[in-house]
Design a protein around this ligand. Sequence first.
Ligand code: XMP
Length: 319
Amino acid sequence: DWTMDAYRDEAIRKIREQVGDRKVICGLSGGVDSSVAAVLLHEAIGDQLTCVFVDHGLLRLNEAEEVTTLFRDHYNIPLIHADESDLFLGELEGVSDPEQKRKIIGKLFIDVFQKHANDIEGAEFLAQGTLYPDVIESVSFSGGPSVTIKSHHNVGGLPEKMGLKLVEPLRELFKDEVRALGRELGLPDSFIGRHPFPGPGLAIRCPGEITRDKLDILRKADAVYIDQIRKHGLYDEIWQAFAAILPMRTVGVMGDGRTYDYALGLRAVTSVDGMTADYYPFSHDFLGETSTRIINEVKGINRVFYDCTSKPPGTIELE
Ligand code: XMP
C-alpha cells in the first residue's frame, strides 16, 4: 500500500544515504516546493542543513517575516535571511524594459545566493525542490525548437559553478503529491495551498519603472485583494490572483478634492499548469466591493481595473 507516510520515511532514508554526515545548502523561497524540500531535509539531517532565503525587496506584504518565523522560529532550521533589497532595487532603478528587469534580478539572485552560500563552511550539497514535471520538461524540450517569451528565473547551472552536488528529494513527485507530503510534514495549510509566486516577484507586477513608493502601494493593495478573495471563499478555486500597479496615473475625486493617483490592475485566473489559463469570472458585486475597499484603504490608488484576458493571448503575469 502506497502512502505519503511511507514515502516520507523512504525519502528520509535516501537523503541520509546520499548525504551522510556532510552539509547541505537549500535555497528557500517560501514557495511550496522549496518549503517542503527544506522541512523534509531538516527531518532527515537536522542541523547539517542551512537554508538561504534571498530577500530581493520584491516580496509581498509581511512575506519575509512569515518565512523567517516559520522556518527559523517554528522549525528551528538554521536560516540565513539575506536582506538584499537595497542592492536589487538600486540596480533596478530607472529600468523599465521587462527582459532587462528579469535579467538583472536573475543575475543578482545568483550572485547573492552564491555569496551567502560561501559563508556556510564545508557545504558539499545544494538541495533543490525540483519536481517530476520539471525533470520531464527539461528532457523533452531539450534540442527542440523553442520560443522564449520570458527569460525565466532559475538557478540552473549553479551547483556546478559552486562545485556542489545536487540533492533533489522531490524529483519523483507531482505538485499534488508535494502538497500531500507537506501536510504529512505538518506544514501549515496557508503555505501548502498558496498560489504560485514568480521568482522575480513584484517586479513583473509593476510594469514600467520600479520605485519603493509603487511597491509599497502595490503590497497593500494586493493584500486587500487577497483578503477579499479569502473572505468570499474563492481562494482555492483560483489558480493565481494578484494585483499589479499600472504605469499611469489618472484623475479622480474623493470627498471635496481632486486626486491624481495610480491605477491598479487585478488579475485572477484558473489553470491546470500555468501554460494556459482562463480569467476568473468574479461577480460584479465582488469586483465593486473590492474596488471600493482598495481605494478606501490604500492611499495612492484611485482607480481599479479587472483584467479579463485569458492565456493565450495574455500571459498570467504582466511582464
Ligand atoms: P506567465 O506570465 O508566463 O506565467 O503566463 C506562467 C506561470 O509562471 C509563473 N512565472 C514564473 N515563475 N519564475 C518563476 O518561478 C519566473 O521568472 C516566472 N515568470 C512567470 C507565473 O507566476 C505563472 O504562475
